[in-house]
Design a protein around this ligand. Structure first.
Ligand SMILES: Nc1ncnc2c1ncn2[C@@H]1O[C@H](COP(=O)(O)OP(=O)(O)O)[C@@H](O)[C@H]1O
Ligand SMILES: [Mg+2]
Length: 177
């Protein structure tokens, strides 16, 4: 069972490969509604209708380095196995939106895993890509916007080692509130 943090990394890596400049990730983790809602929205190259139809087929990928694409089909299967739902919308030249919603208390719902690690991995990869990360629980909401952090950093690259170390703690603390 792949942890949710790894699934998000997979899905956001697709967005990076699609040359997205802004990637928005939402996690809503709600006891009250018994759901874990995951959303990834990007402004990358998008997909035409033909690709979009194939994309939930486990044997489809446009990559050449791995024969079988498992990212999206696995995400879809894993949310549906819990009684949840999956959706993908995409428009060529505009972007892609992927939503997967798990039933929180289902036995097959994967553990959250290390979300801070996933975000750090993404942010470190390319400082020209911006992220808006929203973490919503029943009693609080936390937002990380790399554009705002870059404004404060005033030209210092966000993926510099000491900034990354600080970010790690900042994210962990933010999500624990
Ligand atoms: N956010 C996205 N924007 C544009 N194309 C995408 C996006 N996500 C997925 N795709 C397309 O769907 C294909 C399948 O994705 P995926 O299931 O994650 O497998 P893989 O990444 O191994 O190819 C990708 O190769 C790509 O062509
Ligand atoms: Mg992928």
């Amino acid at each position: 069972m792949q942890e949710i943090a790894m699934t998000i990394l997979d899905i956001a890596q697709n967005s990076i490969r699609a040359c997205a400049k802004l990637i928005q990730i939402v996690i809503r983790d709600s006891h009250k509604d018994n759901i874990i809602h995951i959303e990834c929205l990007d402004d990358g190259c998008g997909m035409d209708d033909k690709t979009l139809q194939k994309v939930t087929d486990p044997f489809y990928t446009t990559r050449t380095t791995r024969q079988i694409g498992l990212g999206i089909p696995m995400f879809k299967e894993s949310v549906e196995a819990t009684g949840g739902w999956f959706s993908i919308e995409s428009q060529k030249g505009v972007g892609t939106k992927i939503i997967g919603e798990y039933v929180k208390n289902h036995l097959d719902t994967p553990p959250m895993g290390n979300i801070a690690e996933t975000l750090i991995t993404l942010i470190q990869y390319d400082d020209h890509i911006d992220y808006v990360f929203q973490y919503i629980c029943d009693d609080f909401e936390w937002v990380l916007n790399t554009k705002e952090i870059k404004d404060i950093l005033d030209g210092v690259p966000i993926n510099q080692p000491d900034i990354i170390l600080w970010l790690k703690d900042y994210i962990k603390e933010g999500m624990q509130k």
